[in-house]
Design a protein around this ligand. Sequence first.
Ligand code: HMG
Ligand code: MG
Length: 299
Amino acid sequence: MSLPSHVRLVEVGPRDGLQNEAQPISVDDKVRLVDALTEAGLGYIEVGSFVSPKWVPQMAGSAEVFARIQRKPGVVYGALAPNLRGFEDALAAGVKEVAVFAAASEAFSQRNINCSISESLERFAPIMEAARQHGISVRGYVSCVLGCPYEGSIAPEQVALVARELYAMGCYEVSLGDTIGTGTAGATRRMFEAVSANVPRDKLAGHFHDTYGQALANIYASLQEGIAVFDSSVAGLGGCPYAKGASGNVATEDVLYLLDGLGIHTGIDMDRLIAAGNRISEVLGRATGSRVAKARSAT
Ligand code: HMG
Ligand code: MG
């Protein structure tokens, strides 16, 4: 299969990246990050989550962030919603697209959203209904598609079942997350082959973490499988509060460098992206997690 000529990047840094940070990050800094990502040309930015603040305190100010960002026409500003309450709060904050999140592993589902996989899917049904009424698009996530911190290996068929349910209930796209970053290129290809029996490839996205340094290899393997949407996080921000040891999401800068080298178009400005990532890294008081940003910023 030839590689896609265009790839869409879903920037998850402000949400998946920052949700795990223990230190308080001001609304100002979050707004500045989202605005800088808009200016860098990202077409989709996941801005926050409407989840329980007891479970993920860092996302508590998401409504305020949404109120203050500069929205650019044509750019999607999305948010996570785990239940109808979260959906309603998102709607009230002016969110036009939400994401629901399920897991391929029962144990992770319990730890992350306190219910079984099938209960989570039942919880999403009223969100889908309300979203239809309000003309809101819903994206779906499946976590732990290439391994679980509690259950170990996950069968591709199990991922395919959960992805099929999300697609069947109306998610326009299903993002498959290697939450703990243990996946390899071979496992990635097998997983997409299994899932694409249930969901068309052009409705699938890849979401890779770089814990074992495999994320770019897995993205390349996914491109070879015809996948053309990837989630990534500026400066490699991230980890997961319910997956101990999971390092950051793959850095957007590094994915962009890979895609640029393949002649694959994204419309993203590397210099602005690096500046956005370096600034939030300064706020967090640590070096960027992007190899490209490190190399380009070294003098
Ligand atoms: P629960 O405790 O079972 O829910 O949590 P509950 O219905 O019993 O409610 C408990 C309390 O939370 C109540 O408040 C509710 O009002 C409140 P209290 O009476 O105790 O004061 N509550 C809410 N508050 C705000 N917004 C809401 C909401 N819902 C209930 N929407 C629940 C269940 C799903 C709420 C909880 O487990 C939760 O919020 N989990 C979120 C976990 C999360 O955000 N994880 C990270 C995102 S997933 C991820 O990162 C993976 C992904 O990025 C892919 C990858 O990286 O691979 C997607
Ligand atoms: Mg992630």
